[in-house]
Design a protein around this ligand. Sequence first.
Ligand SMILES: [Zn+2]
Length: 318
Amino acid sequence: MDGLRFVAAIAGSIASAALLTVTGPVELARADEAFAVEIAPGIYGHAGSIAMMDAANEGDIANLGFVVGEKGVAVIDTGGSVAVGKRLLAAIRSVTKKPILFVINTHVHPDHIFGNAAFEGTGAQFVGHRNLPRALESHGAFYLKAFRNIIGDELMKDVRLVGPTLLVQDVSKVDLGGREIELRAWPPAHTDCDLTVYDPATRTLFAGDTVFLRHIPIIDGSVKGWLANIGALADIPAVRVVPGHGPLVAPWPAALAEERGYFERLIGDVRAAIAKGDSLAQAADEAGQSEKDKWRLFGDYNARNATAAFAEYEWDQP
Ligand SMILES: [Zn+2]
């Protein structure tokens, strides 16, 4: 495939050898090469940093991807700024000139959707969970305002909320030409608009933020629901997953074990705190602390997760 001249295969050697023969804008080719790698035939991914969004990383903290079929391309998430979205678009264009048919957003969070505007004008349909329009309606204005302070006016000036034109109610398929990918809308877990993308041909799952590795999971939907979804996620016959955050590729379903362990510990601690009559503040300080060394950004999110779990379990009968 011609794109291998520019986008490194994960094995690396073919692409790096081919790069030596590239003429023309070598700097750009190198940037594209670094931005996306082929993780399975026709499946490309980009690893975001394990970090909070800021001006220096331009919001590039989520894993992104694209799938190439005979007719065209599906993009999975667009990054945390239009600058990131444009780099993703350039990486796609270095692989194929086929039309971009779908831009799929796995959920409402800014690090996954702020790059959407880079794909306006490509003719792509924007695709999301049936609840995504409602989530954009309720959170979008806040995100646009709050993230001016987080990534700065310069990066935010191009960001527009581009909502879905195609909604996934439950399970649906989209045809990329000789390649159908499966989209699944999940009950509330990470958020109330989580969508996963599965390519049966290569058995590759783009899990969005239903799967976190190394980066502590963030509960913005329901931890009880998330734990239930993990059972159903494990049944997907994938061999590899691209998690929303963490290493670009991980074995499936083994990749679920880390977050499952965290949720079970957090819920166990929160329920014990509730049974003892601890306050919400005490539970937020103490629950899940034994997981501290297993996760990056633990201090940024654990207390918030414990608070969310406390609210969910407070009135639960033992
Ligand atoms: Zn998220």
